[in-house]
Ligand binder design. Structure first.
Ligand code: ATP
Ligand code: MG
Length: 363
């Protein structure tokens, strides 16, 4: 087991001028499950491949434990990687697939068998060891890929979207299994996904990236409760946070004809800014007889509660920050029908405030 440190680590691909990963600083604790998340092309896989030694680090360095591995070849880094297309060897049995890396390392047969057996037990694959991969389900193949990594008992597991080949239902159950397994093994893990729900449910901490730059790293709840810029605010949470921009007035920020309540102390933190961006999560709206009007276009009844999607009445183009529809969460059996207008007020202590200029958090 080991810590992992990225220190100002950058990767600029040949023939490009923008760094795919730009001065990444990230300290991962021993035994921690760290998730890298962000939109397509933000540099997640590149960051992981730099740690694996599959991609050159152009400046900065990477440490595993106290060891500077920046210039070490992959095989000397004591890591095991699980890829998206976990490419099992089709002609080998499950057992041989799992033990292959050990065979390459000249581990004696008896020990190999024992380690494969242990991993198979852990993963519920004991009955499949003599089968070929094609005779397995997608989820079972995915577990074999995990098994291949586990038998090597590496210092660090690296996983790049290992669940993306599975259907939605299997993905949900497998992500719980992986998180539980990681906890049991206690091996430091760096896990890449573009799916914020996966990130939030699996990670001890989550690192949010955009355009090669780390935006924020924190526990899932802290990211949710205090996103430090507009990008993280809009990216973390599903349905997404409602964002709107408006004039600073006494008592808050005016959007349309509604003043979103913001404490005076918060407004005082942004002197000279006459426009601010406010963020309200769907659950921080209350149906009321005053407030801002939502023209309800879609009602999503989920049983326990409902989401109302639509446009906010009276907002100018400049005031609309969220690209998608605005959304409010309301009680299940009381949902208004689509086509109606509901009035919403924001819970004062749940309003997020950002500088419109710098996009950084103020509240
Ligand atoms: N071999 C390469 N040569 C040049 N540019 C590359 C290369 N590989 C990746 N890139 C670029 O580097 C950036 C980061 O790519 P990366 O694969 O790390 O993104 P990602 O976050 O993993 O995205 P995804 O979610 O789509 O897998 C992208 O802009 C991509 O186009
Ligand atoms: Mg990728």
């Amino acid at each position: 087991m080991a810590t992992v440190s990225y220190r100002e680590a950058s990767r600029v691909y040949p023939g490009t001028d923008r760094a795919a990963v730009n001065k990444l600083n990230l300290e991962i604790e021993d035994g921690e499950f760290m998730v890298l998340v962000g939109p397509s092309g933000c540099g997640k896989s590149t960051s992981l491949r730099m740690l694996a030694g599959l991609e050159e680090v152009n400046s900065g360095k990477i440490l595993i434990g106290a060891r500077d591995v920046t210039d070490l070849p992959p095989k000397d880094r004591d890591i095991a990687m699980v890829f998206q297309n976990y490419a099992l060897y089709p002609h080998m049995t499950v057992g041989d697939n799992m033990g292959f890396a050990l065979k390459m390392q000249n581990v004696p047969k008896a020990e190999r068998q024992q380690r494969v057996q242990e991993a198979a037990k852990l993963l519920g694959l004991e009955d499949f060891l003599n089968r070929k991969p094609k005779a397995l389900s997608g989820g079972q193949r995915q577990r074999v890929a995990m098994g291949r990594a586990i038998v090597r008992s590496p210092q660090v597991f690296l996983m790049d979207e290992p669940l993306s080949n599975l259907d939605a239902k299997l993905r949900v159950s497998t992500r719980t299994q992986i998180a539980a397994l990681q906890q049991r093994l206690g091996v430091t893990t760096v896990y890449v996904t573009h799916d914020q729900t996966e990130a939030m449910t699996m990670g001890d901490r989550v690192a949010v990236m955009k355009d090669g730059i780390l935006q924020q790293v924190d526990t899932p709840l802290s990211l949710y409760d205090a996103p430090n810029n507009l990008f993280v605010a809009g990216f973390i949470g599903s349905p997404a946070m409602n964002l709107m921009s408006g004039k600073v007035v006494d008592g808050g920020v005016k959007v349309g004809d509604y003043t979103v309540p913001v404490p005076r102390e918060t407004l005082a933190k942004a002197p000279g800014e006459d426009t601010l961006t406010v963020g309200i999560r769907p659950e921080a709206f209350q149906v009321s007889d005053h407030g801002i009007g939502l023209d309800v276009a879609v009602v999503e009844e989920l049983g326990a509660d409902s989401f109302l999607y639509g446009t906010l009445a009276g907002l100018s183009d400049e005031e609309v920050v969220t690209a998608q529809q605005y959304v409010a969460r309301v009680g299940a059996r009381t949902a208004p029908s689509k086509g109606s207008v509901v009035r919403l007020t924001a819970t004062p202590d749940q309003v997020h405030v950002f500088s419109t200029k710098t996009e950084l958090r103020i509240s």
